[in-house]
Ligand binder design. Structure first.
Ligand SMILES: NC(=O)c1ccc[n+]([C@@H]2O[C@H](COP(=O)([O-])OP(=O)(O)OC[C@H]3O[C@@H](n4cnc5c(N)ncnc54)[C@H](OP(=O)(O)O)[C@@H]3O)[C@@H](O)[C@H]2O)c1
Length: 350
């Protein structure tokens, strides 16, 4: 049998379309897996990488964060959890390593075994690939215990909330507001928080109320409602639970204005954001920016993901929208992502 060969969608210069071309066949280092990708997903970060080359350390670049496929090679130290042929999902971290082999937009990708999980037989690659990056972002938003660096001069939030549980979670007595609960990261944070016994109050578009409820939100409000601030404050107060703060998965000037208004009326709390937080916040607001590559997620990858997917406790949401089959469809998927999506994840099958 001929040795397998690799191809990738390469970014040669910022602001240009990716070019599908040959790529070196990667090998698995210690603690790594090489995955033969069956599906990859698009994240807004990828659009920024393509447009301006942010986070690119090595040109030409291969990027992309989400893979689902079969294990092709297992690196030393990872044999206990994985073997060749296993179906897996995983988080590719070219974002921090800069190595082209760590980008998802290729036929074969290297991922850390600690950021991978067996995909149960009842979940397709296309569904499973929506999970990895959003999952790690959600764990970083919820469970970091100590603030660390997110980017120069910006610290991560440290909400120190518990991990999701496979058992029906006892209430922690806490309530969290998720702003942007229909986004990939907001909906995954809603799922994981709910599975950790934290009540979620979610802010989404009116057309996504049912979707956010299916992720576990207890109360849902429309981000276009002019009185959303007062309604959220009333819901938090009525819950009688301890207010943790807000996870803002949108992080725009408008959402920050509302976040700060809610926090002001509720006496302060955490403001965890997906982008740098507002520069000036009152003393009773602990603001930070998540950085979604962190070992805090390892126990969730190892002990939660496979069983939770198998039982249906962890749902592959938002649902995938398959743009096409083949690496040449990544460009179209990136364009669609830039145009905006609602409660869906763009996926390219391979
Ligand atoms: N710092 C990090 O480590 C990190 C990690 C991952 C992602 N991110 C960032 O997090 C953001 C979200 O990423 P994603 O993949 O989750 O995005 P996404 O799924 O593409 O976001 C789409 C969603 O945004 C919602 N939305 C847009 N404007 C809104 C508003 N004003 N209020 C409430 N919801 C609004 C839409 O809701 P409706 O359709 O319901 O209106 C839609 O469902 C991106 O900016 C991404 O770059 C950062």
């Amino acid at each position: 049998m001929a040795a397998p060969t690799n191809q990738a969608a390469w970014l040669t210069t910022a602001g240009t379309p990716l070019k599908v071309d040959e790529a070196p066949m990667p090998t698995a280092g210690p603690g790594e897996l090489v995955v033969k990708n069956a599906a990859v997903a698009i994240n807004p970060l990828d659009c920024h990488m393509q447009d301006v080359g942010v986070f690119v350390q090595q040109w030409p670049a291969i990027f992309g964060c989400d893979v689902a496929g079969e294990v092709h090679e297992v690196g030393s130290g990872a044999e206990g959890r994985f073997k060749k042929g296993d179906r897996v999902i995983g988080h590719a971290i070219n974002l921090v390593t800069g190595r082209p082999q760590d980008g998802a937009y290729a036929l074969y990708t290297v991922i850390p075994a600690d950021k991978a999980a067996i995909l149960p037989g009842n979940v397709s690659f296309t569904d499973g690939v929506v999970v990895p990056f959003a999952l790690e972002a959600a764990v970083c938003a919820l469970s970091l215990k100590v603030p660390g660096p997110a980017m120069p001069g910006v610290f991560t939030p440290a909400l120190a909330l518990p991990y999701p549980s496979l058992q029906p979670a006892a209430s922690t007595g806490k309530v969290l507001v998720v702003y942007g609960g229909s986004s990939a990261v907001g909906s995954m944070t809603t799922q994981l928080a709910t599975a950790a016994g934290i009540q979620v109050i979610s802010i989404v578009g009116a057309h996504n109320f049912e979707f956010s409820k299916s992720c576990g939100a207890a109360e849902i409000f429309d981000h276009k409602d002019a009185s959303v601030v007062d309604k959220v404050v009333e819901a938090v107060t009525k819950s009688g639970l301890e207010f943790v703060g807000i996870f803002d998965a949108i992080a725009s000037p408008d959402t920050y204005n509302r976040d700060l208004a809610i926090l002001s009326k509720l006496g302060g709390g955490h403001l965890a954001c997906v982008h740098p937080p507002p520069p000036e916040v009152p003393e009773n607001v602990k603001a930070g920016m998540i950085f979604a590559v962190n070992d805090i997620a390892t126990p969730v990858w190892k002990d939660y993901v496979t069983s939770a997917l198998e039982s249906g406790k962890l749902k592959c949401l938002p649902k995938p929208n398959v743009v096409g089959k083949g690496l040449e469809h990544v460009n179209k998927a990136l364009e669609m992502s830039k145009a905006g999506v609602s409660a869906t994840k763009l996926v390219v099958e391979l």
